[in-house]
Design a protein around this ligand. Structure first.
Ligand code: ARG
Length: 569
């Protein structure tokens, strides 16, 4: 496909002798397409060429020689060259490319041979699932697919919180109260209840905390009974998470969690000692980070135990050895910002600056209700993500029953729309912002929502079906797609890959989500203003081809976010 930016840069380079790559970085896209399709700010060259921007603009325009094939018209406005490209060339390029590549359209191989390790989801076993873990699961899952689409090899790691004092609490509680709870079905609920109760009671009875410590110590020492209980709790928790992961289309290549690193931490501690990085502070072993304006990173506590940071260092070393990663991304809430800064710094000081620079914490905001109140923060209020997803599906089922009771595969559609609504709501704003969780808003078929995009896609399907359309290149007369609204769509489709790459570069799936809203809205505008099933056969052909291409991009796009597309709804 023609790279218009590059073509324009090449043309300007010929008349200015400035490097194409440099020129390319200056080219902008005007906010209003009446001004042109691309704009070149001539003041960027004023220093090099020692001329005033308007003079440069006039000279470039004079000498560039408009070929008409790519550049059709150049206007000078202030120090800017406003460039109008040939729309027929654009339309032909985009439609041909989408038809040729189909669901691969927009993908690339810039990541070929590179591993991206994505640490996401990572719930804490035996503790209530925090809604923040839903965000991590959804954001990480989208990044996983986005990187793969760009040719990277994504490695999804679910670094389970499967070790720690919480097990001591559950085990102690279990021994005391197991007869009071039902373990015949939904054991996981009972385990959580025990955990929550234990946390409440230990506030008044500090001896309970001591008890939990004893249980956990036994587990650490490998006591058979505790180890078996631990395995059991881990197993049923994982089975429970799997239901959620299945609904969300989350994929993990490894479930090596904190426990997996228990016997791999000594080596890290040794290495830190050897490299003279450990020092004693108030009975603990720490890496001093004062020079970097950070509190010390604790490696061994004053009680002699290893801690979260120690395990993360061990897992990092393991990931370096296993994956030689090009990037290591940690999709974890914003409250752990300092932790990751410290861990990455320690890795650097240990002598791995190259790998440390490839690590990135990808934080995200809280989940709040529409009044800004934090969701799921109340004590003892354990939310199961699976329940939220099921509720979404039920709500959509109800909507379908009202609006389209005869729909086939109702349940399947409700699942795709309900789960899609939750995923899209999570990804539609930049991740660092708090996510507003409000049922009416996220299920609004007219809003900037998942269901809206699915609805527009279903629209494209029914148009194509009604006219039994199959794309045939020879029938397409590209000059017949001229309407401003149509060209706007084509320009967006043209930039699909650019947005996906940007999303990867910033680890920001919302860039893809916003893009899909733009595509859906611009299709809706076109559709409202122009008949797609038109009187003129040739016009109808090209409009249907555009409709078809919009469908392809919308479908690929939502799949990158982890959603599924219904064919009818
Ligand atoms: N389980 C942790 C938590 O819920 C998140 C783990 C994130 N990953 C990591 N490598 N530290 O807070």
């Amino acid at each position: 496909m023609i790279n218009f930016k590059n073509e324009i840069a090449k043309a300007i380079s010929k008349v200015t002798d400035i490097d194409v790559k440099e020129l390319e970085t200056y080219i902008e896209i005007p906010p209003n397409s009446d001004l042109g399709d691309y704009a070149f700010p001539c003041f960027k060259l004023a220093k090099t060429l020692r001329k005033a921007p308007p003079v440069i603009a006039a000279e470039i325009k004079e000498n560039i020689g408009i070929d008409g094939e790519i550049i059709q018209q150049i206007d000078i406005v202030g120090g800017y060259l406003n460039i109008h490209i040939n729309k027929e060339t654009l339309v032909e390029n985009v439609i041909k490319e989408v038809l040729e590549k189909q669901e691969k359209y927009g993908s690339s191989d810039i990541g070929q041979g590179k591993n991206v390790v994505i640490d996401y989801s990572a719930p804490n076993i035996a503790k209530p699932f925090h809604i923040g873990h839903l965000r991590s699961t959804v954001i990480g899952g989208a990044l996983y697919k986005i990187y793969n689409f760009l040719g990277y090899n994504s490695v999804g790691i679910n670094y389970l919180g499967d070790w720690g004092l919480q097990f001591g609490k559950v085990m102690a509680g279990y021994d005391m109260w197991k007869d009071e709870y039902d373990f015949t079905k939904n054991e996981i609920q009972s385990i959580l209840k025990i955990y929550v109760r234990f946390c409440q009671e230990e506030k008044e009875k500090p001896e309970l905390t001591e008890k939990a410590r004893e249980y956990f110590k036994k587990l650490e020492e490998g006591n058979k009974k505790q180890v078996e209980t631990w395995e059991w709790i881990r197993k049923i928790s994982l089975e429970n998470y799997q239901k959620t992961y299945k609904l969300l289309n989350s994929k993990f290549d490894s479930y090596n969690g904190e426990a997996y690193y228990n016997d791999k931490m000594d080596a890290v501690v040794e290495e830190l000692k050897e490299k003279n990085l450990l020092k004693e502070s108030e009975g603990a072993q720490v890496v001093d980070l004062e020079a970097y304006d950070m509190p010390p990173c604790i490696i061994i506590t004053s009680a002699g135990t290893t801690i979260y940071a120690t395990r993360d260092l061990a897992s990092l070393k393991d990931r370096i050895n296993k994956y030689h990663f090009d990037k290591a991304i940690y999709v974890v809430g914003n409250e752990q910002r300092l932790h990751f800064k410290q861990v990455f710094k320690v890795l650097e000081l240990m002598g791995y600056p190259e790998y440390a620079s490839r690590c990135e914490h990808v934080p995200f905001g809280l989940v709040v209700d529409k009044d800004g109140e934090k969701i799921g923060s109340r004590k003892g209020n354990s939310i199961f993500l699976e329940d939220i997803l099921k509720e979404a599906i039920q709500k959509v089922e109800k909507i379908i029953d009202e609006k389209n009771p005869k729909l086939e595969n109702k349940q399947d559609v409700a699942r795709k729309v309900g789960v899609g609504a939750i995923i899209f709501n999570d990804l539609s704003n930049s991740r660092i912002k708090d996510e507003i969780f409000d049922w009416d808003m996220l299920l609004n078929f007219q809003g900037e929502t998942g269901p809206y995009i699915q609805y527009i896609y279903v629209r494209t399907r029914s148009l194509l079906e009604k006219s039994s359309y199959t794309p045939e290149l020879e029938k397409l007369n590209f000059s017949n797609l001229k309407e401003r609204e149509a060209v706007e769509i084509v320009k967006l489709l043209y930039r699909f890959n650019e947005f996906v790459e940007m999303a990867a570069q910033k680890n920001e799936p919302s860039i893809v989500a916003r893009y899909l809203i733009d595509v859906a809205q611009s299709f809706s505008t076109f559709y409202n203003e122009h008949k797609i099933i038109a009187e003129d056969e040739s016009i109808q052909q090209i409009r249907l081809a555009l409709t078809y291409c919009v469908g392809i991009v919308l479908k690929s796009g939502v799949e990158l976010l982890g959603m599924e597309m219904p064919n009818k709804m």
